[in-house]
Design a protein around this ligand. Structure first.
Ligand code: GDP
Length: 444
């Protein structure tokens, strides 16, 4: 999970102040030393770290004593605000042409996630704005990039313009633009060629495409996992092409966070989107405030809620709530629900977005094995339709049959049925407005 080390170190640094009634200058100095080390270790650019620490220190020393906040809380507040500032304060929306089409040029090094992001962006525009995007396949150098884009296009039902790999990319773009004009597409997304590193030939080609297409947006895709290197790449592309925004990919991985915190300050260009997975729906608007609270381990409820809204079927969720109230929630609903939860991605990532959960020691090594869900599903699948609708039918002999059918021990079947009943009871209480019993779930 991204930022894990940074979150832990920042929390440790600040927790040392927890019991202090007043903070002295030397306390501030000590905390700042730790924050500085935490940031450097997370691969944040050293200039950014220096500037950040200076700003926090000045504010922390001069801090007014507020009765409502403890010193530790005040430092958290200052660090949080400065993190938000360093990442650009507010989200930065996609540029839009005054009249259609809006032209977006995707640039980046090979492997950064450019082609994938082009597809994700097209889907996002289609879903959220009812747009009619077209993708232009101009990456003629990476083997299979064009095929990849065509398959993505098919999956998300977005047209892809391609002339194969033997045509000059500038010519592909010229013809692609003409086609888009004819078809009246409102967004044109150009997937340009990447290289292993920035070189003159690549920049020449990108300059020519930029000149020809006059894009409203030049989105640079960089891989968050590459840390400082991502920042260098961003600087390189930006100085040559004057990009308009950055997409930081692979933030679902084990990145230490340096790129997210450095890119804006070093390039003065906003991070507009973050890629948080390999699925086509895993592209999110970059919100500095939410990212700061995630880094500080305060959770990211808003993103979680949006994720749930996007991935959950609203109608099904309402039906489910109704069933819980009526106490008619059965194993078929349970199956449905497991499938919906699986769509949201790895459980441990979802759980960590809940405030207080990110660093909850009880969840330190949580690892929800997707196989557990599959095993549970296998047990349910081994029930007859009648049994699924009426769990009370499940007597010992039926349970033995289900165990044999699913290839799981009978104890596991028993445990699963018991948990199902407990969950059903808890949900019924909650849906009737009774939240007692939930406190334990929320950490401190
Ligand atoms: P390109 O050479 O820049 O066009 O790179 P691709 O789009 O082919 O991406 C390279 C690899 O990174 C592929 O395996 C993608 O599935 C993967 N990838 C792209 N974005 C993300 C992301 O946000 N998260 C994860 N986990 N993988 C990603």
């Amino acid at each position: 999970m991204a930022f894990e080390g940074l979150t832990e170190r920042l929390q440790n640094a600040i927790s040392k102040l927890k019991r202090k009634g007043k903070i002295s200058e030397s306390d501030v100095k000590e905390v700042m030393r730790e924050i500085r080390l935490a940031l450097l270790e997370a691969d944040v650019n050293f200039k950014v770290v220096k500037d950040f620490v200076k700003k926090v220190r000045v504010r922390a020393v001069g801090v007014e004593v507020l009765e409502s906040l403890t010193p530790a809380q005040q430092i958290v507040k200052i660090v949080n605000e400065e993190l938000v500032k360093v990442m650009g304060e507010k989200e930065s929306p996609l540029n839009k042409a005054p009249k259609i089409p809006t032209i977006i040029m995707m640039v980046g090094l090979q492997g950064a996630g450019k082609t994938t992001t082009a597809g994700k962006l097209a889907l996002k525009l289609k879903n959220e704005q009812k747009a009619r995007p077209i993708l232009i396949a101009a990456d003629v150098y990476r083997p299979a990039a064009i095929d990849q884009l065509q398959i993505l296009g098919q999956n998300i039902d977005v047209p892809v313009f391609s002339l194969g790999t033997d045509v000059n990319p500038v010519e592909i773009v010229r013809q692609g633009l003409a086609e888009a004009k004819e078809k009246k597409n409102d967004y044109i997304i150009i997937d340009t060629a990447g290289r292993l590193q920035i070189d003159e030939k690549l920049m020449d080609e990108l300059h020519q495409i930029k000149e020809l297409a006059q894009p409203n947006e030049i989105l640079l895709t960089v891989d968050a996992m590459t840390g400082q290197n991502a920042v260098e790449v961003a600087e390189g592309f930006n100085s040559q092409l004057d990009v308009t925004g950055v997409v930081l990919t692979k933030l679902d991985g084990d990145t230490r966070g340096g790129a997210a915190l450095s890119i804006r300050a070093i390039t003065n260009k906003p991070i507009k989107f973050v890629g948080q997975g390999e699925k086509m729906t895993d592209l999110d608007v970059f919100y500095p405030e939410r990212m700061a609270s995630r880094i500080l381990g305060m959770g990211d409820m808003l993103t979680l809620i949006e994720k749930a809204q996007r991935d959950f079927d609203q109608k099904k969720a309402e039906d489910m709530a109704e069933k819980m109230r009526e106490n008619s929630f059965d194993f078929n609903d349970f199956l449905d629900q497991m499938e919906q939860v699986q769509k949201m991605g790895p459980m441990e990532d979802v759980i960590k977005m809940i405030p207080g959960m990110a660093n909850n020691p009880a969840l330190k090594n949580i690892n929800v094995d997707p196989k557990d869900i599959e095993r549970t599903k296998a047990i349910v699948y081994s029930m007859t339709l009648k049994e699924r609708e009426d769990p009370e039918l499940l007597n010992p002999s039926r349970r033995r049959r289900i165990a044999a059918g699913s290839g799981r021990p009978v104890q596991e079947v028993n445990r699963m049925i018991k948990q199902f009943k407990q969950m059903r009871d808890m949900m019924r209480k909650m849906s009737n407005g009774n939240f007692s019993g939930m406190e334990g779930l929320l950490g401190d």
